[in-house]
Design a binder for this molecule. Structure first.
Ligand SMILES: [Zn+2]
Length: 397
């Protein structure tokens, strides 16, 4: 609740890093708390990236934990006032002044937690269990490890900013400094969720130059870049889009267009779980530029593609020690795993692309990115127990 009380919405329009000062404030608090735990190998950089290393037995694998400092800005209040409510099936009043009730009809999954204590916001903001629950889990696990002399290998911790605006903190994370054998993000997701498959993701930037002319003498001269852009988009399958795909189907999503008399530009997101499908989509975008160039020899069409993040499973399948350890620990704890192929990316997708295998497991929260985000205490505790078990189990007990 202390972490939630610090306003850390990230801001996609900001040019600073971290994007908002609240994230620095939370980073400083975590830094001080880590120091108070007695962790000596501790650093915080200008972007608010906090890293800590707790040395352990060299016979055991070293593992890392990553959580993000920011909460998402979806137009709700940046100030979070969390509260804990015992849920017994009653209507849940989140905010008396504004008359905001938890919408039980739209979100019947709440019934699974009847009899449980549950954290909610006051209905004017997200709860921010995404991802402050993970911070609590990591800090409590470290505290337990130190107090109870739990055997462990080298433990690495990273708290990173600006996950919600493009995994920016994880992309900046220095892997010489944060250098475990493998790592985990603890982020989003209800009890039992495991993510080691995410999208491969890229962005295509298409630039088109036409030939402007005054319309009074335009015949045979004017080449309208807006119509060329239209034809470019027309080369793609209208069913290979986010609104027509699900599960492990990839897509190309044209999501930005700008243009005038002289030029036009397009932007598209490329997403696919499979590497082959991802590369194929990139190839088709480049071929489209060639095709349009042939069709309009007087136009200039270029495509630049940036890889944004990669599927964790490109580097690690179910049998990878980092992934297998999650399922083993869940079996020991009696937690039913729910494996999800995420139609998106995690900080672990950015880290895995940089060579550090980093699957994700649950905080226990539901309905993140909404005013109805909630975190059952039992799931929160399960996330903590799982974290501790991963630390204990690494290298065998
Ligand atoms: Zn998150």
């Amino acid at each position: 609740m202390r972490y939630s009380g610090i306003a850390t919405q990230s801001d996609a329009g900001s040019r600073t890093s971290p994007s908002t000062p609240g994230q620095l404030q939370l980073a400083r608090l975590l830094y001080e708390e880590l120091r108070a735990l007695g962790i000596a190998d501790l650093a915080m950089d200008d972007c608010g990236i906090v890293t800590a290393v707790l040395p352990g037995s060299p016979d055991r694998p070293s593992i890392g934990f990553v959580a993000h400092l920011d909460t998402v800005d979806v137009g709700l209040s940046p100030s979070v006032r969390p509260r804990k409510i015992r849920y017994e099936g009653q209507d849940i009043l989140l905010n008396e002044t504004e008359g905001i009730y938890f919408d039980k009809v739209a979100h019947p999954e709440i019934e699974r937690y009847a009899g449980d204590d549950i954290y909610f916001s006051d209905g004017t903001s997200v709860l921010g269990a995404d991802d402050k629950a993970a911070m609590s889990v990591v800090m409590c696990a470290l505290e337990t490890v130190l107090e109870d002399d739990v055997p462990h290998g080298d433990l690495y911790v990273a708290f990173v900013p600006d996950e919600e605006i493009g995994l920016k903190g994880a992309k900046r994370l220095d892997l010489d400094r944060f250098a475990p054998d493998y790592a985990y993000t603890i982020d989003c997701c209800e009890l039992g969720e495991v993510v080691y498959e995410t999208f491969n993701a890229g962005t295509a930037f298409v630039e088109i130059e036409g030939v402007p002319a005054h319309p009074m003498s335009a015949k045979g001269v004017l080449l309208n870049p807006i119509l060329v852009a239209q034809d470019f988009i027309g080369l793609f399958d209208r069913r290979e889009t986010p609104e027509h795909t699900e599960g492990k189907e990839g897509y190309i999503w044209f999501n930005r267009i700008a243009g005038g008399q002289a030029g036009a530009s397009l932007q598209a997101s490329i997403r696919d779980h499979g590497l082959a499908g991802y590369e194929d989509k990139k190839r088709r975008l480049r071929e489209a530029a060639d095709e349009i160039g042939r069709r309009y020899p007087r136009a200039t069409v270029s495509v630049r593609i940036e890889d944004v993040y990669a599927n964790i499973a490109n580097h690690a399948d179910r049998s990878h020690p980092a992934v297998a350890a999650i399922y083993d620990a869940m079996a020991e704890l009696g937690i039913e795993p729910r494996t999800v192929a995420m139609r998106g990316g995690t900080d672990g997708s950015a880290l895995s692309a940089k060579g550090l295998v980093t699957p994700n497991y649950f905080t226990g929260a539901h309905l993140f990115h909404s005013r109805f985000e909630f975190l059952p205490v039992s799931s929160f505790v399960a996330s903590y127990r799982l974290t501790l078990r991963l630390i204990e189990d690494a290298g065998g007990r």
